[in-house]
Design a protein around this ligand. Sequence first.
Ligand code: NAD
Length: 463
Amino acid sequence: MMSAKPANSPIQNLPEIVEEQRSYFASGKTRTVESRLKSLEKFCHELELRSDDLLRALSEDIGKPPIEAYLSEVYFLISEIKLYRKKLKKWAKPRRAGNPFYFLPARSEVRREAFGTALIVSAWNYPLQLAFAPAISAIGAGNTVLLKPSEMAPATGQIMGQIVSSSFDPGHFSVVQGGPELGQALLEQKFDAWFYTGSERVGRFYAEAAAKHLAPITLELGGKCPCIVDSDVDLKTAVNRIITGKFFNAGQTCMAPDYVLIAEALHDDFLKQAKIALTRLYPDPQSPDLARIVNDAHFERISSLIPETAFRLGDDYRAARYLSPSLIPNADPESACMREEIFGPVLPLVTYRNTEELFGFLKEKPSPLALYAFSKNSEFLEQVASAIPSGSVCFNDVIKQATNLDLPFGGVHESGMGRYRGRHGFETFSFERAVTKRGFSKDYFAVEPPYDGKLERMRKLLK
Ligand code: NAD
């Protein structure tokens, strides 16, 4: 049985919870790689055990089709833990460094050390993955962790809390439940590393709070990811890949192509193929294979972006928050759907006549989290990548780069800063500590006052 909402964590207990995490870190229990591996093993076991409950919760929260939930959330995390179990020893191993001859004999190395207590605050659209993936990195790097999942996916949040409390001591990893009010209270606490996923507006609050403590912060933000379709393209394949990626999780994906920028001559063919693709993917009126919109406010917001001229695949079912897939042909670049991040099952098509017009348009926009371009012309693809900065680029497909644990994930400029996934997450939650050890043999190159006449000798020696 699943209850709809976890109880909010009492805000007045926060200082105590954070203090417990600090003492746990100070106790040294998270220091050894062996202990971290053991923790991750237990975590993986609990995740697997609760896998079906999680799929049910994700369905309850946003109507996620089970296969989408399994692949993008549960399986994704299990794969990442497996990667950590395989590679952590290697990543954590101190790296030998050289020494300048005038310090010899000496031995130097670079050690990867945990920051201490990390805060992770996450968004609702992949509520499990966005919360637990950074937690795997933070635990793997040897930190203690306080996690605040999104209050907008409460059923998932509740099970996440249970998984964490049955896998970890509370001082090691705890979950607190609540919304913006709890978020505001977290901003008052001292953390050694901050990790935030969500909107740019709220991300700024976290950046300011981290700056107060001079602590590092990773910001995983959103924005509009453009998808360019050149005239030299395999159109059918391009359309199928774009439509499948866009409508996964009903478009509620930070990396989803927000809109298509298409060579003018291909617009009508693209539209025709896209209608065929949508009809094939979602044949039923209330397709169980299309996720639901997270809440009424987002349903209203997205609906208001759809103009009369849009192609609607079917009817909307407001009570079920089922928003039928929409295509907006010849979208006006100044219209509502092009002014804000859509984050829903609506795809505008904007045409361009030539590359000058295309780059002129994109250069005015904030740097996206992901940039997509479809073309058989490699030169054109590289031209796109060098003209437009973005957190990641994927040529001739969408979203695939974000599922590769060997690639860093994150934004640039307005779409965020910092990286995670696999080794990149381990590095985000640790710092490089330079360590040099010398013995007690004679110092041939000691620089000691009085310096009189020594500068010239030193110059010759160092030549
Ligand atoms: P949000 O900013 O509303 O909420 C994110 C988190 O911040 C939640 O845990 C929320 O409780 C907390 N929060 C909200 N208001 C707060 C406040 N005033 N003070 C302190 N904490 C507060 O974002 P959202 O609606 O959950 O997520 C949607 C946005 O996140 C979109 O822009 C999307 O593109 C972006 N996103 C980015 C990524 C990424 O990996 N880059 C992933 C998912 C979503």
